[in-house]
Design a protein around this ligand. Structure first.
Ligand SMILES: [Zn+2]
Length: 359
């Protein structure tokens, strides 16, 4: 089976958005899930995407724990850093939201296409949630992941009940600021109000972390630019369509507990290879001090073309204004596109189950 037969709609959308030539170029680094044990074995296929983040207002990065380094040294200077986990949390939430809408609109046809694996009683809306249980809630009352839906299959999930874990195929580097524009503050909650305001800080228990006295914050100045990288190992055509759609839509991230303020995200370029291409850290080192977004965009393209790319790399696919506008116009609730995403997840799970049995 080929991607043409497994994902005809997704292939059509990718060709339209990226151009026929660009699609052909990255195609061999995309992966088909046909439901066999072999299809889920690791192979070297990576799509790497570079992006620029721009701070739109005064942004606060809060520390959550000891391993949560939010200042990194780049070229001898300490610069604000957004760890990938924080960025991923935003995309996970938005992908979940989108898939919920798809399910609500088309649950009958989705159920029809997945029931031989998930059974008749599978319900995504009640079966899968990323909502965190309220502290103090009894164990077992917490919401769980279904381990079957497109969100879990792409972004990764674990569950005590399933026989398998799902590895995230949405990974990446921390994003580094290009200028050391920050102010750091460590404080103590002084009154009843600040003491009970939820602040994610270091601490032994959830209770202490969420309401705790001591906290540390880093303020990042408006206009500060960040450079980041997303890596999609063994990604399939329908998954790529959805990730690109999310990247073109989730432009502002913020108003979360750990990132307050607004970060606008601009995808710059995408490249396929047998390896991840380059590192966000290296780009940040090269473009240190830059404050002009257009200059940074060109700098990333130069870095990829002249230094980071391998002989095996695809050509660079730029997110031009034309590509971005086509991405925004994808009808992401279109039934065939959505069925391809769901049946892909189903075949992925089928492959995992066969793989476990075969061992
Ligand atoms: Zn799920």
């Amino acid at each position: 089976m080929s991607s043409q037969t497994l994902y005809p709609k997704s292939v059509e959308v990718l060709k339209h958005v990226l151009s026929e030539k660009n699609y052909k170029d990255i195609e061999k680094y995309l992966h088909e899930y046909n439901g066999t044990a072999d299809s889920v074995k690791p192979v070297a296929k990576y799509i790497t995407i570079y992006w620029i983040g721009r701070v739109a207002d005064r942004m606060i990065l809060r520390t959550e724990g000891e391993d949560d380094i939010i200042l990194s040294e780049v070229g001898g200077e300490a610069v604000p850093t957004i760890i990938f986990r924080k960025l991923k949390a935003v995309y996970l939430r938005d992908f979940m939201k989108l898939v919920r809408v798809q399910w609500s609109r088309h649950s009958e046809s989705i159920k029809e296409s997945i029931k031989n694996v998930y059974g008749d009683n599978y319900d995504f809306l009640t079966g899968c949630s990323i909502a965190v249980g309220i502290a103090g809630e009894e164990k077992g009352v917490l919401h769980g992941r279904c381990m079957k839906c497109p969100v879990d299959v792409l972004m990764g999930a674990t569950s005590g009940e399933a026989k398998y874990n799902l590895v995230s195929r949405f990974v990446g580097d921390a994003a580094y600021a290009l200028t050391p524009s920050f102010e750091r503050r460590t404080g103590n909650s002084i009154d009843e109000v600040t003491h009970t305001t939820i602040m994610l800080t270091g601490g032994e228990s959830e209770e202490v972390r969420r309401t705790g006295g001591l906290f540390s914050e880093t303020f990042v100045e408006p206009g500060t630019l960040f450079v980041g990288k997303i890596v999609l190992p063994m990604i399939s055509q329908p998954e790529l369509v959805h990730v690109l759609w999310l990247l073109a839509h989730v432009k502002r991230i913020g108003a979360r507990t750990s990132i307050q303020g607004t970060l606008e995200v601009y995808p710059v370029a995408m490249v396929g290879d047998l390896f991840e291409v380059g590192t966000a850290y290296e780009v940040a080192e090269k473009l240190r001090g830059k404050k002009n977004i257009e200059e940074v965009r060109r700098g990333i393209l130069d870095y990829l073309n002249n230094e980071a790319k391998f002989v095996t790399s695809s050509s660079l696919v730029e997110f031009t204004p034309d590509v971005i506008s086509k991405l925004r116009n994808i009808n992401i609730l279109e039934q065939n596109l959505m069925l391809e995403l769901w049946s892909n997840a189903k075949r992925y799970v089928e492959g995992i189950l066969k793989y476990i049995q075969a061992r």
